[in-house]
Design a binder for this molecule. Sequence first.
Ligand code: PEP
Length: 249
Amino acid sequence: MRRKIVAGNWKMNGSSELVTKLIGGVKSELSAVDKGVEVVIIPPALYLRDVQQEAGDSGLKLGVQNVSQYESGAYTGEISPAMVADVGAEFALIGHSERRALFSETDETIAAKVQCALTHKLTALLCVGETLDERDAGQAETVVCGQVERALAGVSGDSWKQVVIAYEPVWAIGTGKTATADDAQQMHKTIRSLLEKLDAPADTISLLYGGSVKADNAAQMFSQPDIDGGLIGGASLKADDFARIFKAI
Ligand code: PEP
């Protein structure tokens, strides 16, 4: 069975006040969600403990927006997967398009981060997606499959259970433009076929869609056969909007 996941990526937004308000609001809506659905909050790392405290025993899960590929040591400003696991967070976003574009993360770095996250039993939430130029040039599937293949080259055996992939077309992130449900489904199906070729347990790996998911398009996305949930940016910053999205799964 594939995990059903809706994760909210706060990006570099938030404050102590927002944590209290937002988590309070989200918690009060969780009872309306199927027990099997994982609702994940991915705040700036500085607020992890606050979110955790506010979430209490609600069942909300926690993640980070980035992790180091190194174990420990002289890497100023970095956070290791071991530290993430130590404070009780379970998910690590890896290779978000903003990290690739603004912080020059390469496929090689991303693959190393995936390995380090898996070693520490985190769920590696790998983000992949094409730019508009790449889509217009008919390269979308080639680009996305290349990113998946290179990032997951070192994964094998039981570690596949800790891998989740988010397909996030770069042109849809934070723009209000969403892929059509058909286009998103097609890309998810392509990724699943690729996973089969890589000898991964493709039928058990959760694939999420991300890119301007809103309350009014979530249900249609989540009803596609190869879409197992969503990675939500902007709309995860308002409890009502986020709740309407995770209740749509
Ligand atoms: C994201 O940051 O991963 C994302 C999908 O953002 P948004 O929902 O705002 O497009």
